[in-house]
Structures are given as structure tokens and as C-alpha cells.
Design a protein around this ligand. Structure first.
Ligand code: PLP
Length: 400
């Protein structure tokens, strides 16, 4: 009898984590490696947030909380939705979980039956398909072409909807492309969704604060309030507040769905950490100025990386509106041989040779269901980015 369950065969380990581990292993051998593979801010968590956590520990806020989160945090999330998105979610329409990832996990596991479909625009974040499959659902991929800014076309969404569609998952701004939708762009999508009342909508807005040049990413319910009774609006503290390790994600949605997710969470992790929740109250209700500082820094880095990549032979890189990734096309590099003698037939060959020959870790597009590309996270210091881009250029110039 096999040790592992059949359900485990449906998923694969996170490929972004796998690349980061390979980079760390090379580093341990003494190689100079620049890792641009992780989706994690390089900024430290702001001091006011850390102080709130320390105060919570000292006050004895160290016990289990309500499964859906403390009253104080759910009120803070309610305030955040109103302030940042113009949305009305009462505290009992909100759940707090162990990172945004657990929100997705809870939503899919609580609602999907075998064979139910989830529409996922691609390129997509690596975890959506695997979580859907764990829930016995079927991911239905809808490609978003680079020449449409990696954005979903309304007619492609319409064509993908079937009687079995349970969820439509939208990530705005998007990991890995950084593409973001304005209210106007989302309107075309919400018009389609209005015509299909059996489809539930999951909007992952975790990168909402990271948008540049004055771009304001919109959210589904803000654009079309008539979709509120079948939309789960997800967000969290990990990216915008540089709090990846604190594990705070949250969502607002219809009470029946929140209750179902609460039931599932009560039998898995219970609440997330009481101390992290106190920190998140401060993140959401305290000063918001640190976000602006981080956004300014990310914007400068984005511009640097996009310009540098477009100067590499064989690479085409669109300037994204948000998040902290660029997703570059490498079709011009395929079918060649690197200076180190590696055949570059696929995007995976490209990132492996780039790591081995130049010590730059990036993630291949196939990991995001979009072959022929690679993703760079620019959530790292400018000097490292400059050096990494110089190495990528040398690598591309060496292709024959
Ligand atoms: N959604 C997207 C699109 C992400 O990129 C990530 C993290 O990489 C998450 C959700 C998960 O966030 P968290 O760390 O809060 O679980």
C-alpha cells in the first residue's frame, strides 16, 4: 500500500519554492547567487506594527481567538474595506486566516465538489490550480495574451463558462505578470459574470497597494455591487505591509460562505496567531505612509528592470502596472545554445542555465502555466537588481 494518498498525487510542490531552494543550495557551495525568485518584500515590517505585536504579548494576548479572528481585527478589516475599496462588509461577513493562502484553501475546500470547475486566467499564481485540484475541482485555464497586456478578454471568459463552473478566480494586480485592471477594464468582465448567476467570484487583491504611476486597481464588488452576494473579496497583510511571516490573510463575503469557511478552519488551524492579529489591527488602522515609501522604491526598481531586460537580445518585457514582478517573453532565446553549452529549448532550460552559468535565480513561465516566459521578482535591493540584469544580458548575448 502506498504511503501517500491519491489526493497528494494531484498536486506538485511549489515550483517557486523549488527554485529558491536550488539557489540556496548553490549559494551554500560558495557561489555568488542573486535570487529573484521569491515573492516576498525585502522590506522589514514597519516598526509601529512590530510594537503592536510586542504590546500584545506583554498584555497577555496570547490565547486562542475566535476562529474567524478577533473582533478588533474583523472591525479593522471592515474599516479597511470601506476606506480603501468603498465596500461594506460587516465584521460577521469577514474571516481572518493564516495567510491569504488559507483563505483560498478554505474557500475551495468548503465549496467544490468533484468535477466542479474553477476558471483561472493564465499566467496565474502557482497555487491556484493545485488548491483547486486538492478540492477535487478542475482548473479551467484561460490564456491572457501578452499583446492584451496579459489581461483577460471578456469574450474568452464567456467562452470558458459551463454549467459546471463554480468559481472564477481573478488576481488583481496579478502574480506573475504584474498586470492590473482598472474599474473600466473590470466592467467588461463583470458584465459577463452578471449573465451567469451560478458562477462564484474569488478576487485575490493581495497586491492592491502595489501599483505605480497613479494606477488604481479596482475590485469586482466595487465595480459591480450586484455581484456582492456571490463574490469573495480576499486580501491580506503579507505583501503591502511586508508581513509575509506573520500569516494574516482575510476575506469579506456572503455570510453563508464565511460560515462554511469558518467551519472548515475550526477543524484545521482554528484562528491564526493572536499576536499576528494584534499586529494586523495596527497595520490596517495605523499610519499608512510606509506603503508609499515602499511603492516609490518598487516603482524605481520596476523601471530599472524593464529597461534593462528590453536591452537583452531575445527578451521582450512589458511594463506592468503593479505587484513586484516582471514577466518577460523569451521566445527569441529559445532554440539556441548558451555560452556554457546548454541547449535552451524551453523556458525551464533558460532559467536552469541562467542559474548555473550566471548565478541568477528566476522562475520559468511554465510554473505559471505560461511557457516561453520567465518571472523576476524585483523585491530586492537596487544594486543586486542592476548586477542581475547585467548578468542576464551577458547570458543572452552569449546565446548562439
Ligand atoms: N495570492 C497571491 C497572488 C500570491 O502571490 C500570494 C503569495 O505569494 C498569496 C496569495 C498568498 O499570500 P500569503 O503569504 O498571505 O498566504
Amino acid at each position: 500500500m502506498s504511503l501517500t494518498a491519491e489526493r497528494l498525487d494531484r498536486i506538485s510542490p511549489s515550483q517557486t519554492i523549488a527554485i529558491s531552494q536550488k539557489a540556496r543550495a548553490l549559494q551554500a557551495t560558495g557561489r555568488n547567487i542573486i535570487s529573484l525568485s521569491a515573492g516576498e518584500p525585502d522590506f522589514d515590517t514597519p516598526d509601529n506594527i512590530k510594537r503592536a505585536a510586542i504590546a500584545a504579548i506583554e498584555k497577555g494576548d496570547t490565547k486562542y481567538t475566535d476562529v474567524a479572528g478577533t473582533k478588533a481585527l474583523r472591525e479593522a478589516v471592515s474599516l479597511k474595506f470601506k476606506r480603501d475599496n468603498g465596500l461594506d462588509y460587516a465584521p460577521d461577513e469577514i474571516i481572518v486566516s493564516t495567510g491569504g493562502k488559507q483563505v483560498i484553501f478554505n474557500a475551495m475546500l468548503a465549496t467544490m465538489d468533484a468535477g466542479d470547475e474553477a476558471i483561472i486566467p493564465t499566467p496565474c499564481w502557482v497555487s491556484y490550480p493545485d488548491i483547486v485540484q486538492l478540492a477535487e475541482g478542475k482548473p479551467v485555464f484561460v490564456p491572457c495574451p501578452q499583446n492584451n497586456g496579459f489581461k483577460l478578454r471578456a469574450e474568452d471568459l464567456e467562452a470558458a463558462i459551463t454549467p459546471k463552473t463554480k468559481w472564477f478566480i481573478l488576481n488583481n494586480p496579478c502574480n506573475p505578470t504584474g498586470a492590473a485592471y482598472s474599474a473600466e477594464e473590470l466592467k467588461a468582465i463583470t458584465d459577463v459574470l452578471l449573465r451567469h448567476p451560478h458562477v462564484w467570484i474569488f478576487t485575490d487583491d493581495i497586491y492592491e497597494h502595489l501599483a505605480y504611476d497613479g494606477f488604481k486597481p479596482a475590485t469586482i464588488v466595487g465595480v459591480e455591487p450586484r455581484l456582492k452576494d456571490r463574490t469573495l473579496t480576499m486580501n491580506g497583510c503579507s505583501k503591502g505591509y511586508a508581513m509575509t511571516g506573520w500569516r494574516i490573510g482575510f476575506a469579506g463575503g456572503p455570510k453563508a460562505l464565511i460560515k462554511a469557511m469558518d467551519k472548515l478552519q475550526s477543524q484545521s488551524t482554528s484562528s491564526t496567531s493572536s499576536v499576528s492579529q494584534a499586529a494586523a489591527v495596527e497595520a490596517l488602522t495605523g499610519q499608512q505612509d510606509t506603503i508609499k515609501v515602499m511603492v516609490e522604491a518598487y516603482k524605481a526598481r520596476r523601471d530599472l528592470v524593464v529597461d534593462a531586460l528590453n536591452a537583452c537580445p531575445g527578451i521582450i518585457c512589458r511594463k506592468p502596472e503593479g505587484a513586484f514582478y516582471v514577466f518577460a517573453g523569451i521566445h527569441g532565446c529559445l532554440g539556441k545554445t548558451s555560452a556554457g553549452g546548454a541547449r535552451i529549448e524551453t523556458d525551464e532550460d533558460f532559467v536552469v542555465a541562467l542559474l548555473e552559468e550566471e548565478g541568477v535565480a528566476a522562475v520559468h513561465g511554465s510554473a505559471f502555466v505560461a511557457p516561453g516566459h520567465f518571472r523576476i521578482s524585483y523585491a530586492t535591493d537596487t544594486e543586486s537588481l542592476r548586477e542581475a540584469c547585467a548578468r542576464i544580458k551577458r547570458f543572452c548575448e552569449g546565446l548562439r
